[in-house]
Design a protein around this ligand. Structure first.
Ligand code: CO
Length: 177
């Protein structure tokens, strides 16, 4: 089998707006995609990546925290506690940093790469990564969490990211990269 080649999808590519499909069966193909996502995330110095950011319409999330890789399938937040503001970046929005309203502590349920049920109680950075990535699987980005005013303040850089994405896609379709 050929190695899966994935690329980071950036704003405003449509797949970032998509509510991703639930994975019905955790098989070798899914495990291969998760490995390819980890590889892409590491190559881009990211700490979290959701399926659609890698061009996959599947509810997959990989993340790196505390010297450990997590590979999650169909992750969902089942409980959250205490509102906070969180400074974040996103591989799909290169150069954009924003303060996003999040929860300090979350409880997450998912399947692992063997198809076993797993659950996590997380706080701090891990809780933030879970929320950011699970939002992606529901077609939401951190920009959707901003107030109208804060989004307006970032319109210049958002326009710049949109222009960069359009020029990259143009090159891709013409086979120049
Ligand atoms: Co992101």
């Amino acid at each position: 089998m050929n190695k899966t080649e994935l690329r980071i999808h950036t704003w405003p590519e449509k797949i970032l707006r998509k509510k991703l499909k639930k994975v019905d069966e955790v098989d070798a193909n899914i495990r291969q995609l998760l490995d390819a996502m980890v590889e892409l995330m590491v190559a881009k110095n990211g700490i979290g990546l959701a399926g659609n950011q890698a061009g996959l319409d599947l509810r997959l999330v990989v993340l790196y925290h505390d010297e450990r890789f997590f590979k999650l399938i169909n992750p969902e937040i089942i409980k959250k506690e205490k509102k906070i503001m969180s400074p974040e970046g996103c591989l799909s929005f290169p150069g954009l940093e924003v303060e996003v309203p999040r929860f300090e502590r979350v409880w997450v349920r998912a399947l692992n790469e063997n198809g076993d049920k797993v659950s996590y109680e997380a706080e701090g950075l891990l809780a933030i990564i879970f929320q950011h990535e699970i939002d992606h699987t529901n077609g939401l980005t951190f920009v959707d969490r901003l107030s109208f005013l804060n989004r307006l303040k970032k319109r210049k850089i958002l326009k710049k990211i949109e222009a960069q994405t359009k020029s990259l896609l143009c090159d891709l379709y013409q086979g120049r990269t």
